[in-house]
Design a binder for this molecule. Structure first.
Ligand SMILES: [Zn+2]
Length: 260
């Protein structure tokens, strides 16, 4: 079975078939567990709702670095109040995005909220899901300061160098690998997958975005995780079932509130 560690089924692109996907279709197609990730505040509420509704769906709650307008103490209080729900398994996605956000004042706000949400995760003893784009150094330095034996996370949609990935792995963090690994211009991620142990990789779609080949550019869903597993198997010269099994166990280790 496959563990989907990062999806956004609250997105309107799933309005037509969300119920069908989450009630039967994913399970019939070997997708055992799904973590739906909050990005906006509304996305957090919707994620929790989906997790409450569907047995094998879990939620991560957090404010994404691009959604600056949702970074309010009220919203943080709501996240804190709801994080003790047994279906809430992580704080995320949180982090830094210097690709979309260029203005220094806004970047400073991202950094402040990244730290606030990391502190909250530590207080709640939950893992974190990191979004980081064009902010390798600031993200890594923040994580190094945050990392302890108990406080780990996933660097989702990993886009940096294999050397940096190895630094995260050394700290016991996980690298989220998705559709980019199948892209023609995904060479950097292929090199990362080559360099790091399978025990540090989790599978993710980031759906509805980031569909793998041969569906690049179309709406993504967890049904396409098999193409990512196949690509990793090919890179590491192992069987697809080994990729699925080991990454499933990895996901259970980091999302430890998920019932196996
Ligand atoms: Zn995402």
């Amino acid at each position: 079975m496959i563990f989907e560690t990062h999806a956004h089924y609250d997105d309107e692109k799933f309005d037509q078939d969300r119920v069908e996907l989450l009630s039967n279709l994913l399970k019939e197609n070997n997708i055992g567990k799904v973590v739906n990730i909050g990005a906006s505040f509304r996305g957090c509420k919707d994620s929790l709702e989906l997790a409450t509704q569907y047995e094998d769906v879990y939620a991560a709650l957090g404010i994404h670095p691009e959604v600056l307008e949702d970074m309010t103490d009220e919203n943080l209080d709501w996240i804190k109040a709801n994080a003790s729900n047994p279906k809430v398994v992580a704080i995320g996605e949180i982090g830094l995005d210097y690709y979309w956000v260029k203005e220094e004042e806004q970047r400073a706000k991202q950094r402040m909220w990244f730290n606030k949400q990391l502190d909250l995760a530590k207080e709640l003893n939950l893992p974190v899901v990191i979004h980081s784009r064009d902010a390798a150094e600031d993200t890594f330095n923040t994580i190094v300061g945050y990392n302890t034996q108990e406080n780990k996370g996933i660097v989702h949609c990993y886009s940096y160098s294999k050397e940096l990935a190895l630094e995260y792995v050394k700290m016991g963090w996980y690298i989220g690998v998705g559709g980019v690994v199948t892209f023609k211009n995904g060479r950097k991620l292929v090199e990362t997958v080559e360099a790091i142990p399978l025990e540090s990789i989790v599978l993710e779609t980031d759906c509805p975005y980031m569909a793998p080949e041969p569906y690049r550019g179309q709406r993504n869903s967890s049904l396409y995780l098999k193409y990512i597993a196949e690509k990793i198997a090919q890179i590491k010269n192992i069987s697809v079932s080994e990729v699925e099994q080991v990454t499933y166990e990895n996901a259970l280790r980091i999302y430890s509130k998920v019932k196996g």
